[in-house]
Design a protein around this ligand. Structure first.
Ligand code: SF4
Ligand code: SF4
Length: 471
């Protein structure tokens, strides 16, 4: 049974059942009608920009380097042209934490705005795959008839064309995601070279092409309902002050075909909702928004457009379904900045300040100088004490770096390189050794902290401390 066949009374069972799952647990296919209206147009524009950015991303190079690269296997990341290495892991953790708090904050304020406008799942499903389906198979009613009908030549042709296009797009998505991971040039090698040399790469592309195809051709809205953890998580973040796609039940109820309806001697006043179900037939998750905020609502705004169209037709003001909060509908005013939002905001600002501070302190190199394991000190004749140190210099920038190390304190200490420090190639770590000597008379018994300066072309990049041992 499809959603367009569901009797009205069954829709009232929304608290007990998912609109897309039948009572016997089997899948109920959602045939959503294509929305038309200002929100759909705006979402189309946003989706187009995001899709261009997604597909062009791996091909944008700045000064010979990718603008975006998330190379997990080689632990090399370039985000908006800024290179990151495993040494920046603390920043990644802080950024992940900030992202988590941002999601909590924005969900508490504006519900699943991410799902409706930015999520790749919604964008691909609603703006790409479903549009192709409408184009090839027609309206929801025509699709339902086609699916229920026997396999004619026309049906085979339509289904074949649709699924070939679906798989082609899934293949393009899989290639794009791989390009973000291994880079455009490596992907080109896989595509153009002898396939026998790239069996694992080709295997990954094929596997993910089938995964994307299965998600967009079959799994669809179930990804938002049962697979996406954010969908579950949002229900504990929203409250009656959250702004979301909401039905104005004060204005809309009691719903019915006529505004004024004489029943015997009693005149019943109807609300603005004419109970036309247009908001339901456009819903990609098959729900009735008039039942209130529900787990399945991805805030796609399709029902706003559908209802606005109906309201215009019947001569009532638009906005019976709109972005607002339950509290605003019920009492006319809403308090967006509740105590909870203020608390989230405070944590968010603190986290972002820490991230900004850490970024400002981020150095072009990261150097570790540690006394050579298994050694303490050596006597250098009768005049000086020496310690061996291992040096590890990581170059976190594009381009090789000429490095020079100096001892900054104590000023009696001298240093002799026991290997080369330079150049340190881009995104690599160079390992070497040094011998630090301190005159016997100024060497303090036990530990003395040595401060090193790491220079490149006379510019101090960072300072590093290490412990010197004397008898
Ligand atoms: S589209 Fe608007 S008028 Fe029609 S049922 Fe939905 S809320 Fe009521
Ligand atoms: S209820 Fe409205 S906003 Fe929510 S998923 Fe359905 S159509 Fe989209």
């Amino acid at each position: 049974m499809s959603i367009i066949d569901i009797p009205v009374e069954d829709v009232e069972n929304f608290r007990n059942e998912l609109a897309s799952i039948d009572r016997d647990g089997s899948r109920k296919w959602i045939y959503a009608r294509q929305p038309k209206g200002q929100y759909y147009t705006a979402r189309t524009i946003v989706a187009t920009i995001l899709l261009i950015f997604l597909f062009a991303g791996p091909h944008i190079y700045v000064n010979g380097h990718p603008f975006m690269l998330l190379n997990l296997p080689e632990r090399m990341f370039i985000v908006f042209g800024i290179p990151f290495m495993p040494q920046d892991f603390h920043l990644v953790v802080l950024l992940a934490l900030s992202a988590l708090v941002s999601v909590a904050l924005f969900t508490a304020i504006a519900g699943r705005i991410w799902c409706g406008w930015m999520c790749p799942q919604t964008i691909f499903l609603e703006m790409v795959f479903r549009r192709i389906e409408w184009f090839i198979e027609g309206s929801p009613k025509e699709q339902a008839i086609l699916n229920a009908g026997r396999w004619t030549q026309k049906k085979i042709l339509k289904k074949s064309v649709k699924h070939i296009i679906f798989f082609g797009i899934s293949f393009a998505i899989a290639n794009t995601f791989l390009a973000y991971i291994i880079g455009r040039d490596e992907l080109l090698k896989i595509q153009l070279d002898d396939p026998m040399n790239h069996l694992s790469g080709l295997g990954i592309i094929t596997l993910f092409s089938f995964v994307f195809y299965a998600v967009f051709a079959r799994f669809r809205e179930q990804a938002c309902l049962i697979a996406c953890p954010y969908g579950r998580y949002q229900s504990v973040l929203v409250d009656k002050n959250t702004i979301a796609v909401t039905y104005d039940f004060v204005r809309g109820e009691p719903r019915g075909k006529q505004k004024n309806n004489n029943v015997g001697d009693v005149q019943t006043i109807k609300g603005d909702c004419i109970d036309c179900h247009q908001c339901v037939v456009v819903c990609p998750t098959g729900i009735d928004i008039r039942n209130g905020i529900q787990l399945e609502c991805v805030n796609c705004t399709a029902c706003i457009d559908a209802c606005d169209h109906v309201m215009t037709k019947v001569g009532s003001p638009k906005g019976l379904i709109r972005y607002t909060s339950w509290e605003a509908v019920k009492n006319g005013t809403a308090n967006i900045f509740t105590g909870r939002i203020k608390a989230y905001l405070a944590v968010w600002i603190i986290l972002l300040s820490i991230v900004a501070f850490m970024f400002s302190k981020r150095t072009e190199t990261e150097t570790l100088i540690l006394r050579q394991p298994g050694t303490t000190f050596i006597k250098q004749g009768n005049d000086a004490i020496g310690n061996f140190f291992n040096v590890m210099i990581t170059n976190k920038t594009f381009g090789n770096k000429e490095i020079n190390i100096k001892v900054l304190s104590p000023n009696t200490a001298t240093m002799r390189p026991l290997g080369s420090f330079t150049p340190v190639k881009e995104f690599t770590t160079l390992e070497s050794r040094i011998l630090v000597s301190i005159p016997k008379e100024s060497a303090t018994s036990g530990k003395t902290m040595i401060q090193f300066g790491i220079y490149s072309h006379g510019t101090l990049l960072e300072t590093v401390q290490s412990a010197f041992i004397a008898p």
